[in-house]
Design a protein around this ligand. Structure first.
Ligand SMILES: O=C(O)CCC(=O)C(=O)O
Length: 195
């Protein structure tokens, strides 16, 4: 069965069923300018990334956290270095888009996806509440699915560079998300608040 591709800006084809985004999912293009993206990338490239490790498995992506970090081996949150100023600045438009207080977004994860890297199906850990993700550089397919009867209901959204998405409500608690391998370097900056 074809997966609904959510075209956020185009006109629906005549006779085509309108695709419903999961409740609690929001998306907005261009929450920062191209100049701001370039400035951010200059800082991001200097961050102390390490390979993502999950129960002994090393993923293809590299990550760094600030504020708090989820330790997948110990299965708990630990306090880590405070967010650098450039991430606190990005948190302001990200929080405004999501209708949240910037100060409430106490954790940030910066992820580097080299060409060929992606992320498998998952829901974020329950220690976190809402998630606001900002995408930089290459676009990716942001896939969402939830279990319905014997199968899955699926929606795909293109996460464009400089855009933001919000996962809250059912999109956060009922739906899983994943990103298939990207074609070229992409970074995401995901802000989360703690439950
Ligand atoms: O890269 C993204 O936008 C999604 C990241 C994600 O799903 C995660 O780190 O759990």
């Amino acid at each position: 069965m074809p997966i609904p591709q959510f075209d956020l800006f185009g006109e629906p084809d005549p006779g085509e069923a309108r695709v419903e985004l999961p409740s609690g999912f929001r998306y907005q293009r261009d929450i920062i300018t191209a100049a701001e993206e370039s400035e951010l990338l200059a800082h991001i490239r200097e961050l102390p990334f390490r390979d993502f490790e999950f129960h002994g498995y090393t993923g293809k992506r590299r990550v760094v956290s600030f504020g708090w970090q989820y330790d997948f081996s110990a299965r708990h949150l630990q306090k880590v270095d405070d967010m650098p100023a450039f991430l606190r600045e990005l948190r302001v438009p990200a929080a405004r888009f999501a209708g949240l207080d910037p100060e409430a977004l106490q954790h940030v994860l910066v992820t580097e996806y080299s060409a060929g890297a992606g992320i498998g199906w998952h829901r974020d850990k329950n220690v976190f509440n809402e998630i606001v993700g900002v995408s930089l550089l290459a676009p990716c397919v942001f896939r969402l699915r939830r279990s319905v009867g014997e199968g899955w209901e699926r929606v795909n959204v293109t996460a464009e560079p400089r855009s933001a998405y919000l996962l809250s409500g059912a999109a956060r608690s009922e739906w899983e998300h994943s990103i298939p391998p990207v074609d070229a370097l992409r970074y995401s900056v995901t802000f989360r608040n703690l439950r």
